[in-house]
Design a protein around this ligand. Structure first.
Ligand SMILES: [Fe+2]
Length: 287
């Protein structure tokens, strides 16, 4: 190892890890080392730049809490989350989109027809659809786990200091015997991703805005199926073509239409809707 140089060091570092041949760890680690070293040689990285990157990562860690994950945000603005979503979407299934930093896995269980934004200002919208498998069979009992921003573009979890309940604007719904789900909520507004930390500094340095197109978040699960994490966007809304985290896909854009008197609505709605949107989820089998 004495004759190591800027080219041979890459193989030496790879060889220093005694990972099992053919293992996933070996594949991931060796590719990471190769690309990290290639990046460094290609850019002639200086000591100041190298330390700048390390301090940036340090700052991301420092500002992170269980409820604010700056590394997820970093992944999002670099399009890394979107890329992972894209390559992991199964043929025929609903396309994946950003998890975002505000998911809580213990959202309150609510009944179909619930209004998940009680007392909140904003247009009330009926969200309804069906959960199916890739062959078109309904998935009764599928869990539709949703969370969202309010009509001002804020997640209650961001405003706990002012008395907001972090579980507000969240629900776990169980699809009925035909795989159908329905609930009402208020329409969310676009919001900026957190801009006061290191990722905000990065966006400013790159003359990028930090706005997300308005969306509803979903994780949909069903027994024996591969769960999906995705988002529902709305046609003709701001930032739909330049979302800060590259989350929008054509197939994830729904159309909001006003509710008409002649519409037949689910009978068990807690709140009368002003508008409605339909969105079906398609899950691929596990494996
Ligand atoms: Fe979001």
């Amino acid at each position: 190892m004495r004759d190591i140089n800027q080219y041979s060091i890459t193989e030496a570092v790879k060889d220093s890890f005694k990972t099992q041949d053919g293992s996933r760890l070996k594949v991931l680690l060796e590719a990471f080392i190769k690309h990290l070293h290639d990046y460094t040689r290609e850019t002639n990285l200086t000591h100041e730049e190298w330390m700048g990157v390390l301090m940036f990562l340090y700052d991301c860690g420092k500002i992170s809490t269980p409820e604010r994950h700056e590394f997820i945000l970093l992944s999002d603005v670099l399009g890394w989350s979107a890329l992972v979503d894209m390559i992991n979407t199964r043929g025929g299934a609903t396309e994946g989109s950003n998890l975002g930093p505000f998911y809580l896995d213990d959202a309150p269980v609510k009944a179909l027809g619930a209004h998940i934004a009680p007392g909140r200002p904003g247009a009330v919208v009926l969200v309804q659809g069906q959960v199916r498998d890739t062959l078109g069979n309904p998935l009764p009992g599928a869990i539709v786990d949703t969370w969202q921003a309010d009509a001002a573009g804020t997640y209650p979890i961001q405003e706990q200091a002012s008395g907001q309940d972090k579980y507000d604007l969240r629900a776990k719904l169980t699809a009925d015997a035909e795989g159908k789900y329905w609930y009402t909520t208020v329409l969310p507004k676009p919001y900026t991703v957190p801009y006061d930390g290191p990722v905000g500094r990065l966006l400013r340095a790159g003359n990028r805005h930090s706005w997300r197109a308005a969306h509803l978040h979903y994780i949909v699960r069903a027994a024996g199926m591969r769960s999906i994490t995705t988002e529902l966007f709305f046609e003709n809304t701001d930032y739909i073509d330049n979302d800060a985290v590259f989350g929008v896909r054509r197939s994830l854009i729904g159309k909001i239409t006003p509710v008409k008197k002649s519409d037949s609505l689910p009978v068990d709605l807690e709140q009368e809707p002003d508008a409605k949107i339909a969105f079906d989820f398609v899950l691929a089998p596990e494996g």
